[in-house]
Write a new protein. Structure first.
Lengths: 442, 324
């Protein structure tokens, strides 16, 4: 089992929802009955009996989401996020599972540390968590971790996220050796000799603002290298948080050539361009940086046609103390778990750039397939992993209502369409915003 | 997507009557004209025996410098004194800045003195804007990273206007390390505001794209009315960056020598100069040079900026004393 966390046995009936599971070919107004955490009936006019009845009134019931890229900051920076707060944020965002990256303090490069985190997740997590382990010891890019032992201890995959594996030779050895685990290697593509001193996309906006540039080439060169290494070794590679058009073009060629390469894109790269940094607001500072409209369009096209099969938040909490600083001294990263669906629904689905079905697949079945997780399905006999969304409703992103311990959201103050009302993760009600939603609609 | 954004809880709401000078991009052509005209009046006042004016008596102007500076900090200090304001200059050496105090905490500490203006120089882009958000003072950006140095651009316009009698239609060649230069960024914007043209000349890797027409060919300076020479900012270059192979090669190809200055051209430099690197000493000391005029302009333009921020518009309302 890759995921560690609660297993619930909640029972309820969700009545008159638009049940939409593209993987099951399901799109109809139906009732769904969950008994002791398992979907037992899907149909019309189901008897609720003594069970809690949620009248969905046409709201959307979809397979809950999986986020393959979350910084839980635990261990080491619990002031910014904990397993409890991060998974509460995930549940509030409609997620039934998340994968945590290992660039913590200390780095998760040791089987015992990994076992400890998994045990804590069973105690504290609101939704199941998979823990990615480091690819190299201390993420120094030089010496491979004990990938076999880490796999045995329950690693969800391997990554040195936060930094690249600078050496092509080390990356090649990691890919070769990973044949023994069958887990996924995820890579942060950054050629640091091109990005050193960079704080924003090397383009017109950074030039005008005098901010050090982080060029597209800094990503796409590394994407090309890792695709070629995956092809050479016959192993799979997952490219994290793609931001540049050139990277997407490399990935398309890789798929034509039959290389086993997958990729993810983040809500912020899909919704924003580097124009946003003109305010010098540090909640628009992320790594890789926001790029141009041409890059954003390429990412949206790739998400639409499946070249990029997963949406990942790269949820990166930083305390206000760290972010409340001049642009160049602030750390990279923004939070995204609680706003991912709503921001993409508002910016891409409502504007006609992406279908709702595709968005749901990229947020759930897509990441599940890449990391070898079971796809959340709305089907009888399945453990319930569903989220109920009021797509007609809107909500304002406010600091006081975010579950994350950090407030570094680029959406603070924004009103978004698409409200997550209920999340059932592994059979447990992990987020229950039904009460608030009736207040909103009243 | 940012228009509806609210500021964080610990930031102050925007105040329409509290003005700052953070970037040339915030100014209109009328603003520039007014500031240059005010500076001109102050220049006349500085020809009198008694140079001190009572205009800003009782006001407090804090100069906070996180980077070394000679002419900017001294001219702000003198500008404040000539306007009878109280002034104090804090440099990073010997203050809490060296003890790792955050910019926010330093700004809040200084705010306790109720300064009317904070003049800030800081090595990072956006620092002045940041301080304007966490304090109630008006903020003058005296240089933030590679971003902006608006009073330098204004004093350069003033100098050019005094020398040529006009700004409209003039050509200015900005030569050297443009990529790392806040002076160049501000000046290009300022020249555009007054109808003058800029061309950028220097080593390819030191020329940004998209700011203004650019070329590596030094002969392009021949068409310019003003050759504006930038300092080769070695301290801004990261180790191993290799923007140019050597200073010697830079000087050979882009150094401003007497042979490269044509009759009638004027030469400017924001200082401090590396004589023998980007500018030949014979050029720096020639009649073509406006370097000393720039320093003089620095004083009166900064007087004009302080005066403008503290006496124009609804700001005066704030000075009403409350009677207990």
């Amino acid at each position: 089992m890759i995921l560690a966390g609660p297993t619930g046995a909640d029972s309820l009936v969700i009545r008159a929802a638009r049940v939409l599971d593209p993987g099951e070919g399901l799109d109809a107004t139906l009732d769904v009955r969950i008994d002791e955490g398992v979907i037992t009936r899907i149909g019309n006019d189901l008897d609720a009996g003594d069970l809690r009845m949620v009248d969905a009134g046409g709201m959307l019931l979809a397979p809950a989401f999986i986020d393959p890229h979350v910084h839980l900051r635990t261990p080491g920076r619990e002031v910014d996020e904990t397993i409890e707060s991060g998974t509460a944020a995930a549940a509030a965002g409609g997620y039934c599972a998340i994968l945590a990256v290992p660039n913590t303090e200390p780095v998760v490069d040791d089987p015992n540390l990994l076992r400890g985190l998994r045990a804590r997740a069973v105690e504290e997590a609101r939704v199941p968590v998979g823990f990615l382990a480091a690819l190299t010891k201390d993420q120094d890019g030089e010496e491979l971790t004990e990938m076999g032992a880490l796999a045995d201890a329950g690693a969800a995959g391997f990554t040195d996220d936060g930094r690249p594996v600078a050496s092509a030779g080390v990356m090649r050895r990691a890919l070769q050796y990973n044949a023994i685990t069958g887990l996924t290697i995820a890579v942060h593509c950054e050629e640091q000799s091109l990005t050193r001193g960079g704080h924003a996309h090397a383009g017109a906006v950074a030039t005008e603002l005098g901010i050090g540039g982080w060029p597209s080439l800094g990503e796409s060169l590394m994407v090309a290298r890792d695709i070629d290494l995956a092809g050479d070794t016959g192993q799979a590679v997952h490219l994290m948080h793609l931001s540049a058009r050139e990277s997407v073009e490399h990935l398309r060629r890789a798929h034509v050539a039959g290389v086993r390469a997958s990729a993810e894109a983040t809500p912020h790269h899909l919704c924003l361009t580097d124009e946003a940094i003109r305010t010098l607001d540090t909640d628009f500072k992320m790594n890789p940086p926001l790029r141009t409209e041409s890059d954003r369009t390429a990412l949206i096209d790739a998400v639409r046609d499946g070249t990029i099969a997963a949406i990942a938040t790269d949820h990166a909490p930083h305390s206000p103390e760290a972010k409340n600083a001049p642009f160049e001294s602030a750390p990279f990263g923004v939070i995204g778990l609680e706003t991912a669906f709503s921001s993409l629904y508002t910016e891409l689905v409502e504007s006609g750039l992406l279908s709702l079905e595709t968005l749901l697949v990229r947020m759930s079945a897509g990441p599940a397939a890449i990391f070898g997780l079971e796809r959340p399905r709305i089907a009888v006999g399945e453990r319930a992993n569903v989220t109920l969304i009021d797509t007609a409703g809107s909500w304002r992103v406010k600091p006081e209502t975010l579950r994350s311990r950090s407030l570094n959201s680029w959406l603070l103050g924004r009103r978004l369409r698409g409200r997550i009302c209920l999340t059932v993760a592994a059979g447990a009600v992990a987020h229950d915003g039904i009460a608030q939603s009736s207040l909103v609609s009243a | 997507m940012t228009d509806l954004r609210v500021v964080g809880g610990d930031l102050l709401p925007p105040e329409s009557d509290r003005r700052h000078l953070l970037s040339i991009a915030d100014l209109t052509g009328d603003d520039v004209e007014r500031l240059l005209s005010t500076a001109h009046s102050f220049a006349l006042s500085q020809e009198r025996d008694t140079k001190k004016l009572p205009t800003l008596r009782g006001r407090l102007i804090l100069n906070v410098f996180y980077e070394s500076s000679t002419r900017t900090s001294s001219s702000f200090e003198l500008a404040a004194k000539r306007l009878s304001a109280d002034t104090m200059t804090l440099k990073s050496t010997g203050s809490s800045v060296d003890k790792g105090e955050s910019l926010k905490d330093t700004a809040l500490t200084l705010s306790a003195y109720d300064p009317d203006v904070i003049v800030l120089r800081h090595p990072q882009a956006g620092a002045a804007q940041f301080v304007s958000q966490v304090t109630e003072a008006r903020v003058v950006n005296a240089g933030d990273g590679k971003h902006q140095h608006p009073t330098q651009a204004l004093l350069d316009l003033f100098t050019i206007k005094e020398a040529f009698g006009r700004l409209d239609g003039l050509h200015v060649a900005i030569v050297g390390d443009v990529v790392h230069s806040r002076v160049a960024r501000s000046l290009v914007q300022a020249l555009r505001l007054v109808g003058a043209e800029a061309i950028l000349v220097g080593p390819p890797a030191l020329l940004p794209t998209g700011l203004a027409p650019a070329t590596h060919d030094i002969s392009a300076i021949a068409d310019a009315d003003v050759v504006y020479v930038l300092r080769m900012q070695k301290e801004r270059m990261l180790p191993g960056a290799n923007f140019v192979p050597s200073l010697r090669e830079y000087t050979e190809r882009w150094g401003i020598t007497p042979a490269r200055v044509r009759e009638g051209q004027r030469v400017m430099h924001p200082g401090p100069m590396n004589r023998g690197v980007e500018i030949d000493a014979r050029v720096a000391d020639s009649d073509a040079s406006l370097v000393v005029e720039q320093v003089r302009a620095g004083l009166v333009v900064r007087m004009a900026v302080l005066y403008d921020l503290l006496t124009s518009g609804p700001v005066a309302v704030e000075t009403t004393m409350e009677v207990a």
